[in-house]
Design a protein around this ligand. Structure first.
Ligand code: SF4
Length: 267
């Protein structure tokens, strides 16, 4: 193993997510095995040089000091775009240890990104593809033009795939909550009843009863709301979305309906 100072130098110079990092070079810059990395806590100069998060009342001013709207070029990446103080600290910590992370991987990808894909002008939705569109070849094999291809890529790939995944997670969380209330022998427990009661109250449910009963009612409320049709306002959005946003969505006739139905309708 190289000594600690060598590791600090080498990890500073290597962007995580590169081929050495993925394939492994047998030292801290080439492996994601935590045991293969130097102990960043043991290196006081390196770790404590990292600007720490301010207390909550100072976050806004701290962010303005560290992030400037017109300074988001490649030179300062990624610290000139990470707004969250804890995330800034975490990134520096992770990068210094030579661990792969989303910011360094993104930078690596940026160098080899395909211009068709970047513009949304590449499609692999069916077996007739992949298709790419440019001024000389303005339509995919099925006949779609650039407008349809870009819109479809945005809605299908960027929005509904993630929405569907999050709906599934929420559904499983609601089912787990219900199981914790109904089947104590399962080993599942409600670890933060105060939070549950608060959310039930925000949802407009009766939170002044036995916590297991609240859990069942709340879980059923969530599950039923996911199955609501897209043309009815979602109860969860009504209960938890910011007031100004809800006002705007209603004005634009975009207020979300039930999650499952919204995804199906988008498709
Ligand atoms: S552009 Fe049309 S034909 Fe080509 S992959 Fe997409 S859906 Fe299929």
């Amino acid at each position: 193993m190289p000594d600690r100072e060598q590791l600090i130098t080498s990890t500073d110079e290597v962007s995580r997510g590169d081929v050495e990092s993925v394939l492994g070079r047998g030292d801290a810059s080439g492996s994601n095995d935590p045991d293969a990395h130097f102990d960043v806590h043991a290196n006081a100069r390196k770790y404590y040089d990292i600007a720490k998060s301010p207390p909550p009342e100072g976050v806004f001013a701290w962010q303005r000091e560290h992030i400037r709207t017109h300074d988001q070029g490649a030179d300062g990446y990624p610290l000139n775009i990470i707004l969250d103080p804890a995330m800034r600290e975490m990134y520096q910590h992770v990068h210094a240890q030579g661990l792969t992370n989303v910011f360094d991987r993104w930078q690596q990808q940026e160098k080899i990104r395909c211009t068709f894909c970047t513009q949304g002008l590449s499609c692999q939705l069916c077996a007739q593809g992949p298709c790419r569109i440019n001024p000389k070849v303005p339509r995919g094999a099925c006949g779609v033009d650039a407008h349809v291809m870009v819109a479809r890529n945005f809605v299908y790939r960027h929005v509904t795939i993630g929405t569907a995944a999050n709906i599934f997670h929420a559904q499983q969380a609601a089912r787990t909550l219900k199981a914790a209330a109904e089947e104590p022998e399962s080993g599942l427990t409600i670890r933060d009843p105060d939070k549950l009661l608060k959310y039930a109250e925000m949802a407009g449910l009766n939170s002044k009863q036995d916590v297991n009963k609240v859990a069942r009612t709340f879980a059923d409320w969530v599950l039923a709301d996911m199955g609501r049709p897209y043309y009815e306002e979602a109860a969860m959005v009504q209960a938890f979305a910011p007031a100004k946003r809800k006002e705007l969505w209603r004005k634009l006739k975009l207020f979300p309906g039930g999650g499952n139905s919204e995804v199906a309708f988008a498709k």
